[in-house]
Write a protein that binds this ligand. Structure first.
Ligand SMILES: NC(=O)c1ccc[n+]([C@@H]2O[C@H](COP(=O)([O-])OP(=O)(O)OC[C@H]3O[C@@H](n4cnc5c(N)ncnc54)[C@H](O)[C@@H]3O)[C@@H](O)[C@H]2O)c1
Length: 322
C-alpha cells in the first residue's frame, strides 16, 4: 500500500498538489528501490525520517499489529498522519494513539479507504437521502485468493478479521450509523496452517448493533487463485424502505481468452482518498471522526477474536466507549 500511495502522489494528478519527499521502510532494499523510482529520500527509521526534515504529512502503512510506535512518533513530531486501518489490533494500542492525538491536537485520519470507494459513496448518499429508511440488517463479505496471505510475510501476525473485516465493519458502522453491542464469531484454521501460516482460513461473525440492526459477515483467505479477481467484496444492506446491494468484484469489465479470465481493477479511489486527507492537512482541520471510528472498529474486532477463542457471544460494554 505504501508503494501504491507513493506512486499516486508522485505520478498521478496529485503531483500538482503534493511532493513525495521521503520513503521509510525497515526493509532497506525495498524502501531504497521505491525512493529511487520516485525521486525521494530513503530512510529505514521513522524517527530519523521525522528528524531529517519538515514533513507536511505522513502516510503510514506498516503491518496491522505494528501501527502504534510509528503513529506515536508522527504525533509527537506534530505531523498530520494518514494511518492505515485497522487503527490497532489491541484496545490498549488504539487508546494510546487516540489519547496522544487528542493531547497533541494532532490529525490522525484512519484510512478506512472504502469510504471513498464510488459504490459506497452512492450508498451513503442514498441512506442520507432517506431512500433506504432505517437500517435493519447487513450481509457482507470480503475475501481474498489464498495467494494474498501466502505472499504476505506477516500473515501469521494478523487475521482476516483485522486485515479484511476491519473494512467491512467500518462500512457497516458508517452506513448503518450504530455502534456494535455484541458479537459471536467462529474461526476455522487448517489449510493455511498446513502451509506454515498460523491464521484463520475463514471467519464468520454475527454482530448485534445498539439500534437493533444486525450484521452477518464473512472473510476468507482461502479463495482459489483461479478466480478472475483476488478480491471478492459483496455488501448488502436492508432498510425499512429499501435496500442496496454492492458487488465490486466484477469491476464492470471481464476480459476472457481461452486460458484467461480477469476482471482488472477499474474502480480506483486512491486519489479521492488522498485529496480528502490533503484538504484537512492544508486547511489545518483536526477532527477525530476517523480516529474515533478506528477505536470503535478495534473494540468490535477485539471482541470478535475473543468470541472465536472462547466459543461464545461477547458483549461490547457501552461504558467502555470514551
Ligand atoms: N486501505 C486498504 O485498502 C488497504 C489494503 C491493503 C493493506 N492495508 C493496510 O496497510 C498496512 C500495510 O499492508 P501492506 O499490504 O501494504 O503490507 P506490506 O507487507 O506490503 O508492506 C508493509 C511494509 O512495511 C514495512 N515495515 C514494517 N515495519 C515498519 C516500520 N516500523 N517502519 C517502516 N516500515 C515498516 C515492511 O518492510 C513492508 O515493506 C496494513 O495495516 C494493512 O491492513 C490497507
Amino acid at each position: 500500500m505504501g508503494a501504491v500511495y507513493a506512486r499516486a502522489v508522485a505520478n498521478g494528478a496529485l503531483r500538482h498538489r503534493a511532493r513525495l519527499s521521503a520513503v521509510c521502510d525497515t526493509d532497506a532494499a525495498r524502501g531504497a528501490a521505491l525512493a529511487a523510482e520516485l525521486g525521494a529520500e530513503s530512510f529505514t527509521s521513522v524517527d530519523e525520517m521525522l528528524a531529517a526534515g519538515e514533513l507536511d504529512a505522513v502516510y503510514l502503512a506498516v503491518p496491522d499489529a505494528f501501527h502504534r510506535d510509528p503513529a506515536l512518533a508522527c504525533i509527537a513530531a506534530g505531523v498530520p498522519t494518514l494511518l492505515e486501518k485497522p487503527l490497532a489490533t489491541s484496545v490498549e494500542d488504539a487508546l494510546a494513539i487516540h489519547a496522544a492525538a487528542a493531547a497533541a491536537s494532532a490529525l490522525v485520519d484512519v484510512n478506512f479507504s472504502n469510504r471513498w470507494n464510488p459504490p459506497f459513496v452512492l450508498a451513503r448518499e442514498a441512506i442520507r437521502g432517506g431512500e433506504i429508511g432505517d437500517v435493519i440488517g447487513i450481509n457482507a463479505r470480503l475475501s481474498n485468493a489464498h495467494r494474498i496471505p501466502e505472499s504476505m510475510p506477516w500473515a501469521s501476525t494478523t487475521t482476516t478479521g483485522w486485515f479484511l473485516l476491519s473494512h467491512v465493519v467500518d462500512l457497516a458502522f458508517w452506513l448503518g450509523g450504530s455502534p456494535a453491542r455484541s458479537v459471536y464469531a467462529r474461526g476455522r484454521k487448517g489449510a493455511l496452517l498446513e502451509r506454515g501460516i498460523d491464521t484463520y482460513d475463514l471467519i464468520h461473525a454475527l454482530v448485534g448493533y445498539e439500534n437493533g440492526a444486525s450484521g452477518v459477515y464473512e472473510a476468507a483467505w482461502r479463495l482459489p487463485n483461479g478466480l478472475p479477481s483476488p478480491v471478492d467484496l459483496k455488501f448488502q444492506l436492508i432498510g425499512t424502505k429499501g435496500m442496496f446491494a454492492i458487488d465490486t468484484t466484477g469491476q464492470t469489465i471481464l476480459i476472457a481468452g481461452d486460458d484467461l479470465v480477469v476482471t482488472p481493477g477499474v474502480l480506483d479511489w486512491t486519489e479521492a482518498r488522498l485529496h480528502a486527507f490533503l484538504d484537512k492537512v492544508e486547511s489545518g482541520v483536526v477532527d477525530d471522526e476517523l480516529l474515533t471510528a478506528g477505536l470503535e472498529n478495534t473494540r468490535l474486532l477485539v471482541a470478535l477474536h475473543r468470541s472465536i477463542a472462547e466459543g461464545h457471544p461477547v458483549e461490547i460494554a457501552a461504558e467502555a466507549r470514551s
